[in-house]
Each structure stands twice: as structure tokens, then as C-alpha cells.
Design a protein around this ligand. Structure first.
Ligand code: UDP
Length: 310
């Protein structure tokens, strides 16, 4: 049986990935220190005899089991989380990556790293292609996240050059769906929580900044296709439909509750625009998102209603 390790497996994306891998009849080892991941996300998997949860830190853990595939997702991915724990963020994207690369080399396992659109920083090229080098402030508030992901990408390429080890890199753009933490601080859960509670929707800055939101099932599909392809990447995974944050707030008001809008000060180094060019994923993986924003948001709003008993 195929044995698979998923770091960050109790997180938002990780828990969906574990479930999809179990559905493919794989044996899944989920590693998570529960810093931002939650047991609640994987409680539906605990009964499955092919699922093993290990509460471990990806930087230090030693793993003796032989595995065929390693997915390295562990990271604090919400700005609010990584602003408050920049050191942990740096380490999971450096020492953690090295630890898992060594494990994959030892096991001759396939390896996939989930990088991020944040490697493009505040982009001067739009939409962002994989060939764009980015515009990142190396000492700003986001650098712990952006630079550790960039370091991991460089480390994977260094392992390839020096040891011939072929790790894969996907750059994930804004993703949303059930199992996000309602308090993780990102715009999707924030606006939905606020709208459901008749509280003002907090827009940071002018609201003219843009993002493109991809539903979780599409991202999982892209990650699995990437692991099963010969292509190493880096490759963008995201939905190219772009919205200003003001327009996004209006959408949430229609779907979850007609709250007023409140403008707050802008976050530092907040990217002004973001939209993936996904032509490479279309060409190499035959992948493109299938779930519309409205459909995805309805499923997400239903999840938050259920979780919080509104
Ligand atoms: N944002 C906002 N209000 C919120 C949370 C976020 O206006 O309550 C903005 C944030 O400043 C950014 C965008 O929404 O421009 C997306 O933020 P998020 O934290 O979801 O992810 P990011 O793309 O910054 O990693």
C-alpha cells in the first residue's frame, strides 16, 4: 500500500488533502503540531484504520516509517498568524523543509512543497506568471512567510542540483472553503463571520486591492495532479477570477447578511493586486478551477453556520 506523509495535515488545506488521499486508499501519516491546525478538522478521519495522526513539530520529528510520498504543507499561512509567530513561520519553511527533504531522499519518496503566491510579494507584474521573480520586502512584516517559502523553493532546487533529488513546488493563491478557522483573520472567514453576526465588514485600506479566490476542492485536485505528474514546477494553483476587496465585501453581504462596511488602516506590505496566470497548470496538468466563487462561498457559509450555530 502507498504510504504518504502530510505535514500540516490538521490544517485547512492539509485536512482536505488527507481525506482525498484516504479516498484513494492510501495510508496517511498526518503530522501537525496544532499551532494553527485543529483536531476538529481531522476528527472525521480518526476512525479510518489507514489514518495516523502524530502531534509533532515538523522541525524536530524523527520518522522511521517508510513512505512513498511526502507533502510538506506545515506553515502558518494566515497573515494574522504569521505576524504573531514569525519565528515559527520561518522555521517550518526552512528547518522543516530540510527535515522533510532528507526524509524523502532517505525513502526515495516523491516530495511536494506547497509554496505561495506571496513569493511574488507586492507584484509589479500582473497577472503573475511563474517566471516572475517577485517584489518582496526581505525585512517587512510578511518576510517571515514570503522569504521562508522562497528559501524552501531554493532549497528544493539545491537538492535537485546537488543530489539529483526532484522535489515539486506548487504556488497556492488565496484558497477558501469549509474547515478554515473562523478566527484565522483572513478576509473570507472575517467577512462571513461579521456578516452572519450583523457586525461591520472590516476593510483594511482602500479596499481597491485585489485577490482571486479558489475553492478548496479545486486546489486539492491541483495538488494531487501535480504529485502524479512528471512536472516539477514551480506551478501556480489558483482561480484567475479577480475581485477588489470592496466588491468581495458586497458579494458576502448578498450571500451572508447585509452588514455595513467599516474602513480600517491598511496592513503593512499588503499586496495591491494578485491574480494567477494558470496557463502552465492548464498545459502541464490539464487543471483549471471548476467551482464558481458563489457556489464555493455558499458551501463555506453553510459550514460556518453549522460550526457556530448561528
Ligand atoms: N482584508 C480586509 N479585511 C479583513 C481581512 C483581510 O480588508 O478583515 C484584506 C487584506 O488586507 C488583504 C485581503 O483582504 O488585502 C486578503 O487578505 P487575507 O488575509 O485573506 O490574505 P492575503 O491575501 O493577504 O494573504
Amino acid at each position: 500500500m502507498n504510504k504518504v506523509l502530510v505535514s500540516g495535515g490538521a490544517g485547512f488545506i492539509g485536512s482536505h488533502l488527507c481525506e482525498a488521499l484516504l479516498n484513494q486508499k492510501k495510508e496517511v501519516f498526518c503530522i501537525d503540531n496544532l499551532l494553527s491546525g485543529r483536531k476538529k478538522n481531522i476528527e472525521n478521519l480518526m476512525e479510518n484504520k489507514n489514518f495516523h495522526f502524530l502531534q509533532e513539530d515538523v522541525n524536530f520529528f524523527v520518522f522511521e516509517e517508510k513512505v512513498n510520498e511526502v507533502f510538506h504543507l506545515a506553515s502558518l499561512a494566515s497573515p494574522v498568524d504569521y505576524f504573531s509567530k514569525p519565528v515559527e513561520t520561518m522555521l517550518s519553511g526552512s528547518i522543516g523543509t530540510k527535515n522533510l527533504l532528507d526524509l524523502a531522499v532517505k525513502n526515495k519518496a516523491k516530495f511536494l512543497f506547497t509554496s505561495t503566491s506571496e513569493v511574488y510579494g507586492n507584484p509589479l507584474e500582473h497577472p503573475q506568471k511563474e517566471s516572475y521573480y517577485g517584489n518582496v520586502n526581505p525585512v517587512g512584516e510578511r518576510s517571515c512567510y514570503d522569504e521562508s517559502k522562497r528559501f524552501s523553493e531554493a532549497l528544493i532546487k539545491s537538492y535537485e542540483k546537488q543530489f539529483g533529488f526532484k522535489g515539486k513546488i506548487v504556488r497556492i493563491f488565496n484558497t477558501f472553503g469549509p474547515k478554515m478557522r473562523i478566527d484565522d483573520g483572513r478576509v473570507v472567514p472575517n467577512f462571513i463571520f461579521q456578516a452572519l453576526n450583523n457586525k461591520p465588514l472590516t476593510i483594511y485600506g482602500s479596499g481597491k486591492q485585489t485577490r482571486s479566490f479558489c475553492f478548496i476542492s479545486d486546489i486539492i485536485d491541483g495538488i494531487l495532479k501535480m504529485m502524479n505528474s512528471d512536472f516539477l514546477g514551480p506551478i501556480n494553483l489558483g482561480n484567475p477570477e479577480e475581485y477588489s476587496i470592496i466588491d468581495f465585501a458586497e458579494k458576502i453581504k448578498k450571500l451572508a447578511g447585509n452588514s455595513p462596511i467599516e474602513f480600517k488602516s491598511a496592513l503593512s506590505d499588503d499586496p495591491e493586486k494578485r491574480k494567477p496566470d494558470i496557463s502552465l497548470a492548464e498545459e502541464k496538468l490539464n487543471w483549471m478551477p471548476k467551482i464558481s466563487l458563489n457556489n464555493g462561498l455558499k458551501q463555506t457559509i453553510d459550514y460556518f453556520k453549522e460550526m457556530n450555530n448561528f
